[in-house]
Ligand binder design. Structure first.
Ligand SMILES: [Zn+2]
Length: 206
């Protein structure tokens, strides 16, 4: 791509480093900014800089937060003995949106993935095991994605806490709400059958 301006080229180059943003999209965004009031760009740049410099990770659950201890961890009405283990902050947001979970979270920051060079030491696993071993945890709920990496991570953590006399559970895996049975893949359908629930429980929180 030939640019008539080095400044425009540099801005497009930087923007296109972001996931899902190709050079054409980056160029469209930059040309859009150039049509707007310069304040628009200043506000965008300031918001990005402030987010990058000032954002914190909760010292208890490692979710993204503006304060040392996030709102969930500092809420006395939450059940601090139930910990839901998730991969990143997007999972916390998704589970919070259900408004059904009253426990706290532990954000691992990823999944064990030897293919991508991510080992257990790069994730927030030790602190989770320490929390369990400290004796104030009643239940651990694994809510990682249903992939080989998710299962490997669940199992790695489970091995370290299995003798701690706590309940360990994993979120149910099965047919999505509104899905037709005939279109489900056989692994999902098989799991739905294996992990079936009593009828009266199936509609409890609907
Ligand atoms: Zn927290």
């Amino acid at each position: 791509m030939e640019f008539p301006s080095k400044l425009l080229e540099k801005a497009v180059d930087e923007m296109s480093q972001l996931p899902g943003v190709g050079k054409r999209t980056a160029l469209r965004l930059m040309l859009h900014l150039l049509k707007q009031n310069p304040d628009r760009t200043t506000h965008l740049a300031e918001a990005l800089m402030k987010m990058r410099h000032d954002i914190k990770f909760c010292k208890s659950c490692f979710t993204i937060s503006d304060i040392d201890m996030c709102d969930i961890c500092s809420n006395n009405h939450r059940d601090h003995q139930t910990i839901c283990v998730v991969e990143d902050v997007r999972d916390v947001m998704a589970l919070e949106n259900t408004q059904l979970y009253k426990g706290v979270y532990h954000v691992l920051g990823g999944k064990i993935s030897p293919m991508d060079g991510i080992g257990p030491s790069q994730l927030n696993i030790t602190s989770l095991v320490e929390k369990v071993k400290a004796g104030n945890v009643k239940e651990i709920i694994f809510a990682l994605s249903s992939t080989m990496e998710g299962d490997t991570t669940n199992f790695y953590i489970f091995k370290q806490i299995k003798d701690c006399n706590i309940i360990t559970s994993t979120i149910a895996r099965g047919i999505a709400v509104g899905d037709e049975l005939e279109y489900a893949d056989e692994v999902t359908l098989g799991r739905s059958l294996m992990y079936r629930v009593p009828f009266e429980n199936a509609f409890k929180n609907v």
